[in-house]
Design a protein around this ligand. Structure first.
Ligand code: ISC
Length: 440
């Protein structure tokens, strides 16, 4: 497990403060973009920066190694927490590779500073190591500073990804063949696109996050170790003994164009795309596989698991998704991180059966997904936390001068390869918009 040795002391102090305005503007501009962490929704949540302690893990044990490291950090921490809410006191932000075979490391990190706000209650957490003194600035003074360049996007250009868009329908067609031959029932295939700083400089993430949270306020805007995005899908939230999950699968594009997209579309008698989505056998099938995978993984940990019988339509700025919200009471004592590990990879991003779908993905996608589609989120000292699935996101290259942005879609027997290409394009809109690229 490659990680720096833990310090002999780790002191954590959380104080309540009045936090007004946009949390993202509190992140100092000079912070390395890979050291920025965020978890924001509807303006509330947490932002942080700096690294107090960090673990990097990889391979099949990437979750288990991170969990045992977190247990040691929890034992070591001396916590003074005047707020005592989920996320106050000791907290770590994490992001895990989708595949055990990924060359990309998974990461769990305790920032030096966290600024949080929930339901009008603000707080600041500082972390110091060994005998370091507490930072001299009073939290209120620190919060008075605000990043003057938050609206300044870096100029970027887009270049093709691993599989060029025009070849994507062929790749999807091969997946449909695997499904009709019976090798697999559902498989989720994803593609990437590379975006580079036009002048070869470092791409700053705070302005990207700012645009994501403004347009996609109802999603979770995240940043962990250079992975930035706005996910609509909550793998698991654990708070006060209750687990929740929002499963998404099944998508239709918003807007007038969607009305004419299928061969059956009649421009004279447009059908609301939401109605089309809830009555589409193909999308309902795709959704049912995803729900089943989450129910199977949550059931051993929960009593009283509530599973709605039919999905609802989640409305996002570019797309509608079929969505199911599940809730259960915890009986296993697992932390949110343990639950995220148990739920990954769900059939919303891998397929059914899991092992067969993972093999088809490895064979057909031709790329390493890195941390796209892996769990991303945070865990606090009590084990509570939020873990989303890293979707609608991009991952900064180690040199921070480019990022790969990703989008995928669930393939079932009835999938149309050209419609699947269009679906990945519309899902790429979130990151293209946030980076200031004209959307197609
Ligand atoms: C794999 C992605 O979306 C998943 C989540 C929602 C809907 C999906 C779909 O309809 O295919 C995917 O399962 C992605 O955004 O890259």
């Amino acid at each position: 497990m490659p990680s720096n040795p833990l310090p002999s002391r780790l002191r954590v102090r959380t104080v309540p403060v009045d936090v007004t305005g946009d949390l993202l503007t509190r992140i100092p501009d000079e912070v390395d973009p890979r050291e920025v962490v965020t978890w924001l929704r509807e303006g509330d949540g947490m932002v942080g920066w700096g690294r107090a302690v960090t673990v990097r893990t990889s391979g099949p044990a990437r979750f288990a190694d991170a969990e045992s490291w977190w247990d040691r950090v929890r034992e070591l921490a001396e916590v003074e927490d005047e707020v005592r809410d989920a996320g106050s006191g000791l907290v770590a932000f994490g992001s895990f590779a989708y595949s055990p075979a990924s060359a990309d490391e998974s990461v769990l990190t305790v920032p030096r500073v966290v600024v949080g706000r929930r339901d009008g209650q603000g707080w600041v957490t500082h972390v110091v190591l060994d005998d370091e003194p507490w930072p001299p600035a009073h939290p209120a003074e620190m919060l008075a500073r605000s990043n003057p360049r938050i609206d300044e996007l870096d100029p970027v250009v887009e270049t093709p990804g691993t599989v060029p868009a025009e070849r994507w329908p062929e790749v999807v067609g091969r997946a449909v063949e695997r499904i009709t031959s019976g090798a697999v029932e559902k498989v989720v295939l994803a593609r990437d696109v590379t975006v580079r700083h036009r002048d070869g400089d470092v791409v700053r993430v705070a302005p990207v996050l700012e645009r994501l949270q403004r347009r996609y306020a109802a999603t979770w805007t995240f940043a962990v170790d250079g992975l930035v995005g706005a996910t609509p899908e909550m793998l698991v939230r654990l708070q006060g003994g209750r687990a929740r999950s929002r499963v998404l699968a099944g998508t239709i594009r918003r807007g007038a164009a969607a009305l004419h997209e299928t061969p059956q579309g009649d421009p004279e008698h447009p059908v609301d795309p939401r109605l089309r989505l809830v009555s589409s056998e193909k999308d309902l099938d795709e959704h049912a596989y995803a729900v089943r995978s989450v129910v199977e993984a949550l059931a051993p940990h929960c009593s009283d698991l509530q599973v709605p019988t039919a999905p609802y339509v989640l409305e996002l700025p570019d797309v509608y998704h079929l969505a199911t919200d599940l809730t259960g009471r915890m009986r296993s004592g697992a932390t949110s991180l343990r639950l995220a590990a148990a739920l990954h990879p769900s059939a919303a991003i891998c397929g059914t059966p899991t092992a067969a779908a993972a093999a088809v993905i490895a064979e057909l996608e031709g790329m390493d997904r890195g941390r796209y589609s892996g769990p991303v989120g945070w865990v606090d000292g009590d084990g509570d936390g939020d873990w989303g699935i890293a979707l609608r996101c991009g991952e900064l290259a180690p040199d921070r001068r480019s990022l790969r942005i990703f989008a995928g879609g669930g393939i079932v027997a009835a999938s149309n390869p050209h419609a699947e290409l269009a679906e990945t394009e519309v899902k790429l809109t979130a990151m293209r918009h946030a980076l200031g690229l004209a959307t197609r």
